[in-house]
Design a protein around this ligand. Sequence first.
Ligand code: DOR
Ligand code: ZN
Length: 346
Amino acid sequence: MSRITITKPDDWHIHLRDGDMLERTVNDVAAWANRAVVMPNLTPPVKNVSDATAYHSRIMAALEGFPQFEPLMTLYLTDSTTPADIAAAAQSLLVCGVKLYPAGATTNSAAGVTGLENLKPTLEAMQSHNLPLLIHGEVTDLDVDIFDREAKFIERTLAPLTTEFPALRVILEHITTEDSVNFVTESRPGVAATITPQHLLFDRNDMLVGGIRPHLFCLPILKRRQHKEALRRAAISGNPKFFIGTDSAPHTVETKESSCGCAGCYSAHAAIPLYAEVFEEENSLDKLEAFTSHFGADFYGRARNDETIDLVRVDYLSPESLRFGPSTVVPLRAGELLKWRLEKTQ
Ligand code: DOR
Ligand code: ZN
């Protein structure tokens, strides 16, 4: 097959950052997506509707064309988020959900949640207002091995949460394990998961064998191959609980190639070609459109996009690096052959 046409996708999990970074992040995603769920882990975080409204304006100001592009804003859950904050978010047309970062789990998560015990009224409010909870699912206890943090989170926090709040809509973001695939598959309706291109393309050997590749370091960390294979099966399964969420997150080359490097992979410039490559390898290109363009919209209760995009099968070299204002970012699969190219958007 040399060309495929699919409904225009959305990205249900992305980091656009702020300031100098915005110009590139926003336009890279708007070239292929009509909507993107924008993560709130700025410094300081996006904690309430007024922060989200101001950030939304900065994003819109950075757009060059793409009049259809709609950033869907999220609030950063903290120990002091109140039911009133949730009611205001539910009223706002800009906010589509609330993001839970366990404190210390990842980039800019210091202001995250230290425990859900005191947040029960806030979670009740989310449930009654039908405002989804987007979860970075990792425990942060130092006694839990980094490769086990996602599975432990399911056992300790997520399973009890989905039972205690039976109508709360939950998205387990950027899943990395077979445990998560099984949990989401077996959970009640209203529990879904996003999957990134890096977790479908790579496993921990790719990051660590023959030398450390810091540009593959992201959180949750890449796991063993068996988990990547389970994620691939979930992505191509046609189960609407699994859909696109790139987690594209720019970090400058200096902060990645460091003795204590940052977590995150940048994929917004080529996300759909990267997913297409995976689906083609799995002989499942016919399942790509639902994953990238139908299931997320359905889960969030939004209309599917009317427009289409075309992907063409052609080998070409991915850029070695991308300019971000005064900074440089090394994207996912930098300098390597890509097999699909986005041809046009309508
Ligand atoms: O790898 C990651 N990078 N994982 C996250 O959860 C956050 C993200 C970022 O903001 O850079
Ligand atoms: Zn993220």
